[in-house]
Structure formats: structure tokens, C-alpha cells
Design a protein around this ligand. Structure first.
Ligand code: SF4
Ligand code: FE
Length: 482
């Protein structure tokens, strides 16, 4: 693993010459930019071996391609045990950062493509699987971050890709020659895009034969000519520019999303993993979605652990921790959070081997997992706000607390329990503000609805996989109905 520490990771990114815009300005080196640093710190934690006793076993794996020790984020799952360890790794990193650490999309992308390229080669006589394996061996060796890019901008949702007034609403192939293809389009809200070395593009939906130009998958370095990044806004994100870490709530860590534009980008054929094979495009979407819906049963649970800790701490700091209704609410938070974990573990344990030899999750259970994630974090956040009290959105700023003319009044009047410094109470409340209505809510709440597909996408999969006919046969058998 060439990049083997958070420091090496940050340095490797600063060496890339990318075209990036933040708040209307082009930025040369994002690793020094205050709007980006917290999200960079979060992803850098994936390079931190850590001191948790279980970390070494779950953050690393043995490559089935080279036998070498690699980051699990670059691993192809070889068993249900690997699938379980992936969820454990995500929970661990959610607990460390209390946000999205952005690196799972690439892992889920290579794992989805692993079996689909194999099946595509069987059907079409293509050579994508070998190319993908070469690419995976390379990212394992380099230990780079890969942005798994699926969501197209989509234009008018009532129209198919080929029916859009502007044909570039879905990433498509616009040219080809003997050396490779040229692509155009854009991917929306790309997690960790500015913190990634590589972009792995996949189609966003099952394409029809007449839309085969949109059936395209490829990988390119983030500094490829024609790739443009525009950082997305998050609620209260410019607090990062105020030099008041207390007001940021979670000053060290955050998530990140960006719009990624492909302005006639050349992709060499060695990095093309699907081109015009419309019949396999839907398989990539389904498998990537299942892996990423599993993922949320790990990362959001880790964040939930931190929020439950915040509920306990703030109730201690405010003198409410012995009230029975507060204890009940915290139990409810734990119940909801562990239910999500059960789903993440269940879809992993019930995984199966694909024809390519890697392991994939149980698709029905992964979709149940993610559908629960569209709801439970909101209830956990609601309970946390209930326990914290209204002060979480009415506190003075850090600058007020540092102004000697008024700091004494703040210290006196915003005090909770006598033995807890006022600033500690405010720290926890600002953290809760961040996680439930500030920029932390982008990853914990909105992403819980829409990340890895919106709730309706999970409902469609659940209705497809529920096998209601077989269930009604059960009744007939019990009641002896012919
Ligand atoms: Fe990983 Fe969760 Fe972020 Fe997705 S939302 S990249 S699963 S941490
Ligand atoms: Fe996500």
C-alpha cells in the first residue's frame, strides 16, 4: 500500500492538478481549504490504523488478487465474513468521525462491477473483467480513494435518457477511436469527490438497447482533462470560514458532496468496463445499490452511537439524566440504532457467492436495511433534540463567549449542572445542532433518505423480491385449499 497514513493521503491529493470550484472560485489545492478540510479529515481516518482493538482486523484484508495486505476499502469480498467485516468497519469509522467518511462508494462500485463485468464477458465476449481486475490490483497497491459515481443529473424525470431535450442529462459516449472513448455528462452530489484520486463512473439506471450510448462504465484519474468539480453547499457550511471551531459543532469532521462534470473526457480503453452493453447496465445499478444499502447499516449506526452518547452527555450536563422519560428516550434511540445494525449484519450474513467468485449481499434484506435508514435516523435525531432542549438553536457564538464584556454573563446564565463548565455544555449542544440541523445533517439525515437511492427505489425492489405468491401458497397449504 503506497499511501499508508493520513498524512501521506493528504499529500498525495495535493499533488493532483484538478479543476475545482468552491464558492465561485477556482481552487488549486483543496487540502488547505477550510471548506474542505473537515471532510478531508474524515476520509483520512480510513488511513488511520487506530487504536481500537478490533481495528486492524476489520480495516484491512488480504487481496485475493495479490495475497497482499490491503485496505478493506479496496477489497473484493470473498465471503460472508468479509461482508460482515465491511459493516463493522463502517460502524467503527462512523463512531470515530460522526459523519460520512466518503470512501465506501468506490468499494461498493468495484464490488458491483466485479460480477457484472464477468457476466458481461460471458454474454458478449468482451474483456472487461480482466481490465477491472488489473484496475483493482492497481488501486489496492496504490491505496487510492475512488469516487464511485452513479447518480446522473437526470433532467426531466418523466423522460427516458434518450428522450431528454438535452441528450447530456445522463453520462454518455459521444465519440470513440481505437484507443478509447470520449464521454460527456455530469454526476450529481458525488460523495467525497474532491477528496478522491479516481472517479469510477457507472450508469444510473437500466438502459434500453436504443440508449446503449448511456450504458457506460469507466475509471479515470480525478485530474483528467475535461473533468470539473463544483463543491456542493451544506447548511451553515460557511461557519468553517469564521475561525470559530466551537460554532462548527463537529469542528474536525464533515462529509462532502460535489457536482462532477465530464466535458468531453477521453477514457483509454484499458479503463473502460462497459460501453454500449445496455443489457447489463441494470445489473450494475442493482448490485451497487444493494452494496450501498448494506453500507448504511454500518456507517449510520456508528454515527448513531455518537448521537446516543451526546444524548447521555447533555442530559448529565443539564441535570435531566435521572428523569425516567429521558432514560426511556435513550433506550428508544438505542433500539432504533441497533435495529439498523441488525439489518446491516443480516444482509451480509445471508450473502451469496456470484458466478465471478466474489460475494454479494442479500438484496431483499439490504433494501429493507436502507428503507429503515430512511426513517430511523430522523426519529433518533428528533429524540436527541427533545432531550437537548431548545437552546441548541439559540446559543450565542464563540466570539460572544470570548468577548470579556459579556462572557461572564454567558458563563453564569447558560450554566447547567454546577460542576460542568458552561463551555462543555455548549460544545455538546453545538454538536447536536450540527448533527440535526447544521451541515452534519446533510450526511446523517438527508443522505439517509436519498443516498443509495430514495425510499421509493427500495420499495420497488422490496415489492419485486417479496415473492407474495409463495407466501399465499403457505396459507393454502396450512388451510388445505386446493
Ligand atoms: Fe460510506 Fe456511509 Fe458515506 Fe456512503 S454515506 S460513503 S456508506 S460513510
Ligand atoms: Fe452515500
Amino acid at each position: 500500500m503506497k499511501i499508508s497514513s493520513p498524512t501521506e493521503y493528504k499529500l498525495s491529493l495535493s499533488n493532483l492538478k484538478r479543476r475545482i470550484y468552491i464558492l465561485g472560485e477556482q481552487v488549486e489545492d483543496t487540502t488547505e481549504h477550510p471548506m474542505v478540510i473537515p471532510s478531508l479529515n474524515a476520509i483520512a481516518e480510513t488511513y488511520n490504523p487506530g487504536d481500537e482493538p478490533e481495528a486492524s482486523e476489520i480495516l484491512f484484508a488480504e487481496s485475493h488478487l495479490t495475497g497482499k495486505r490491503i485496505s478493506r476499502f479496496t477489497h473484493i469480498h470473498q465471503s460472508t465474513d468479509d461482508l460482515v467485516k465491511k459493516v463493522l468497519m463502517q460502524r467503527l469509522l462512523g463512531r470515530r468521525t460522526s459523519t460520512c467518511f466518503q470512501r465506501c462508494v468506490g468499494m461498493d462500485g468495484i464490488n458491483a462491477l466485479y460480477s457484472v463485468t464477468y457476466e458481461c464477458d460471458q454474454r458478449h465476449g468482451t474483456e472487461y473483467h480482466k481490465r477491472l481486475k488489473d484496475y483493482i490490483a492497481w488501486i489496492q497497491e496504490e491505496n487510492v480513494v475512488v469516487d464511485g459515481a452513479m447518480t446522473d443529473v437526470k433532467g426531466d424525470r418523466s423522460l427516458r435518457p434518450c428522450e431528454q431535450q438535452d441528450p447530456d442529462m445522463f453520462v454518455r459516449i459521444v465519440d470513440r477511436d481505437a484507443r478509447g472513448i470520449v464521454v460527456r455528462g455530469a454526476k450529481a452530489h458525488q460523495t467525497g469527490a474532491l477528496n478522491s484520486h479516481e472517479i469510477l463512473v457507472m450508469p444510473t439506471t437500466a438502459m434500453r438497447e436504443e440508449e446503449s450510448e448511456y450504458a457506460v462504465s469507466f475509471a479515470i484519474p480525478a485530474d483528467t482533462k475535461g473533468v470539473i468539480f463544483i463543491l456542493g453547499r451544506q447548511p451553515s457550511d460557511t461557519r468553517r470560514l469564521e475561525a470559530s471551531p466551537l460554532d462548527m459543532g463537529n469542528p474536525r469532521f464533515s462529509s462532502q458532496e460535489a457536482l462532477v462534470i465530464f466535458d468531453d473526457v477521453f477514457v483509454p480503453k484499458e479503463r473502460v468496463f462497459m460501453a454500449w452493453e445496455a443489457d447489463v447496465s441494470g445489473l450494475v445499478v442493482e448490485r451497487f445499490a444493494a452494496f450501498h444499502r448494506q453500507s448504511y447499516g454500518g456507517c449510520k449506526v456508528g454515527v448513531g452511537d455518537v448521537l446516543i452518547g451526546a444524548a447521555k452527555l447533555i442530559s448529565d450536563y443539564q441535570g435531566t439524566s435521572r428523569a425516567s422519560h429521558i432514560r426511556e428516550k435513550i433506550v428508544e434511540m438505542v433500539h432504533l440504532n441497533e435495529t439498523l445494525f441488525c439489518c446491516g449484519i443480516a444482509c451480509s450474513s445471508m450473502g451469496r457467492k456470484t458466478s465471478a467468485g466474489n460475494y454479494e449481499v442479500d438484496t431483499l434484506l439490504a433494501n429493507v436495511c436502507k428503507l429503515n435508514v430512511t426513517r430511523f435516523p430522523f426519529e433518533i435525531a428528533r429524540l436527541l433534540q427533545d432531550i437537548a432542549g431548545g437552546l441548541l438553536v439559540t446559543m450565542p457564538s464563540e466570539k460572544d463567549m470570548k468577548n470579556p464584556e459579556i462572557s461572564g454573563f454567558i458563563e453564569k446564565y447558560l450554566k447547567g449542572s454546577a460542576d460542568v463548565p458552561t463551555v462543555d455544555r455548549i460544545k455538546v449542544l453545538k454538536f447536536i445542532e450540527n448533527m440535526t440541523v447544521g451541515c452534519g445533517a446533510a450526511a446523517y439525515l438527508t443522505e439517509s433518505i436519498h443516498g443509495a437511492g430514495s425510499p421509493q427505489a427500495q420499495r420497488i425492489m422490496i415489492s419485486r423480491l417479496a415473492n407474495l405468491k409463495e407466501k399465499s401458497e403457505l396459507v393454502k397449504k396450512i388451510l388445505d385449499i386446493k
